[in-house]
Design a protein. Structure first.
Length: 544
């Protein structure tokens, strides 16, 4: 007990000694950079902490800043012993980071702003410390990326794919247990009830924290690099398998004790329980890898720290020599002045220049006509949960029927702004989750009479679900353009925000069944005919 107390007190003395060696100049520089970074990225940091990290898939991120502090503190002796050589190379990540700030600020993509913040901090450290010290904290710097959730353009398709894999795996486990189960997309039909594998059950809730844990274990593991890579990569299939097992257990409990047990306490508590159950698997894997040749181990970080202690006296002398330099001379270092000018100008421009969007007037979609040529429609409504997820400004859903009794599903969602984290959801991520499989997907051109271009390019998808077939067209009308890719959408959002102060746009989706009595060509002709009829009407509701 006394030994533990002595070691703790020694550690505190080390920290106190390290802080005392940091001069007034360093504190002033650090304070100036901190205030400027907070001023530039305040809205991004607020969104990260109060929006992204609040989601259950990412609430483990609240712990990552504390882990980063410990990882850097662990390197304190090596940082003290390595030489600081200010380098102009740091201007490269700093400049790229500030460029990404404008891309993210004008394009409305928070992940770009997060990477901008990360690169800006790297640039400042590199400017003042140089490459030698950057190498010492290389892992904490890279590990810091784990606190930023992926953008929706990656997260949504990834979550959908994981939901489908988890649903199929859960169905297979139920079959192995002798239960009858049938899967349609992310819905598992048990006969007596249906289980829907929602976003919370996609597997991201397990994969992301387990990936963070495996990275830390691999970092501290004294083994060859390929063994550490195996530990990290194995966390992904492990999380998927365990998530499929959780879904199967939910189905078994549902049959035995009903919805109260399967969807109540167990559904919430099982997330923590299963995550804790995965840790022994990782530790067992590390034990097995430790038994495999070669068994040569790296030197521990304590040994490296002991070696660094030998240079501590020389380091103290270098610090004392630096502190004897005049305060004004240190504050007027070229690298410091350049960094302050770049950060200060970015802060001023971001708050002084008027980047408020010019939101154009548009007709409300509640007045969208129910009679389009020979098509007669009936308006549909969307459930509040879906509306909360999609975050559009206005929308309409209409089921049209022609004189032959053929159906046409029409849906349009309009966004006045796509900044501030709001973005359009593509049917590529929504339709497969409801059980529809894309048999054919691509783009096609539709001739539109009486238009400047004479035709428009749209996405086309031929889908199947339990023997039913449908044909879909969808596209993104964006300020006079017709786009077919979410990546195009992001690029034009940035450009138009910069040149037009506009990021408004819409998603248009048309779906018609392919009836058993007709061919795919017949359905295609019907869909093209309706597209020609609806495009001129849409121009009255979607600003160009």
């Amino acid at each position: 007990m006394a030994g533990t107390y002595d070691r703790g007190m020694a550690g505190l003395k080390d920290v106190a000694g390290s802080l005392s060696r940091i001069g007034l100049t360093t504190w002033l520089m650090l304070m100036a950079y901190t205030l400027l970074i907070i001023g530039i990225y305040s809205s991004s940091l607020k969104w990260l902490v109060y929006n992204d990290w609040v989601m259950e898939d990412h609430n483990h991120c609240y712990l990552i800043p504390f882990i980063l502090v410990y990882l850097i503190w662990e390197k304190r002796q090596m940082l003290a012993s390595s030489s600081a050589a200010p380098s102009r190379v740091g201007l490269v990540p700093l400049g790229i980071g500030l460029l990404l700030f404008w891309l993210g600020e004008l394009g409305g993509e928070y992940y770009t702003l997060y990477i901008s913040l990360w690169l800006t901090v790297i640039g400042l450290i590199w400017l003042h410390w140089g490459w030698e010290k950057m190498k010492v904290i290389a892992f904490p710097v890279i590990f810091a990326l784990t606190m930023f959730p992926f953008p929706s353009v990656i997260n949504n398709p990834l979550g959908l794919r994981l939901k489908l894999i988890s649903s199929q795996l859960g169905t297979d486990i139920l079959h192995a247990c002798g239960m009858s189960a049938y899967r349609e997309g992310n819905i598992i039909d048990l006969g007596f009830t249906q289980l829907q594998v929602v976003d919370a059950c996609s597997g991201l809730r397990y994969i992301m924290p387990l990936l963070v844990l495996s990275l830390l274990l691999a970092y501290w593991l004294k083994a060859r690099w390929w063994k550490r890579v195996i530990v990290v990569l194995s966390s992904i299939p492990l999380a998927i398998v365990v998530n499929g097992l959780r879904i199967a257990i939910t189905g078994i409990l549902y049959k035995a004790w009903g919805a109260e047990v399967a969807e109540g306490f167990f559904h919430g508590f099982s997330s923590w329980l299963i995550f804790l159950a995965m840790i022994p698997f990782l530790l067992g894997e590390i034990w097995v890898l430790g038994k495999l040749p070669p068994k040569e181990e790296r030197g521990t970080r304590d040994e490296a720290a002991d070696a660094a202690m030998g240079d501590s006296a020389a380091t103290d002398k270098r610090v004392e020599s630096i502190e004897q330099t005049s305060l004004i001379k240190q504050l007027f270092q070229p690298v410091f002045i350049v960094a302050i000018v770049l950060l200060g100008s970015t802060l001023v421009l971001s708050h002084v220049i008027d980047f408020r969007e010019k939101v154009p007037l548009s007709k409300p979609f509640g007045s969208f006509p129910l009679q389009i040529g020979e098509w007669t429609g009936r308006r549909q409504s969307m459930d509040p949960e879906s509306m909360a997820v999609l975050t559009f400004s206005d929308y309409t859903m209409v089921n049209y029927k022609n004189s032959q009794g053929r159906d046409m599903s029409f849906y349009v969602a309009y966004y006045q702004s796509q900044r501030g984290g709001e973005s359009i959801h593509s049917p590529e991520t929504c339709l497969p989750g409801s059980g529809w499989e894309f048999r054919e997907a691509g783009a096609t051109a539709i001739s539109i009479p009486n238009t400047n271009a004479g035709s428009i390019k749209v996405n086309r998808a031929f889908m199947e679900n339990v023997g039913q077939h449908e044909l879909a067209y969808y596209w993104f009308p964006m300020r006079g353009r017709i786009l077919t890719s979410l990546y195009q959408l992001k690029i034009y959002n940035f450009w138009d925000a910069l040149t037009k102060r506009r990021t408004d746009g819409a998603l248009v989706r048309l779906i018609t069944p392919v009836y058993p009595s007709e061919s795919l060509q017949d359905a295609e002709a019907r869909l093209q005919e309706f597209t020609r009829d609806i495009v001129p009407v849409l121009k009255e509701y979607i600003p160009e």
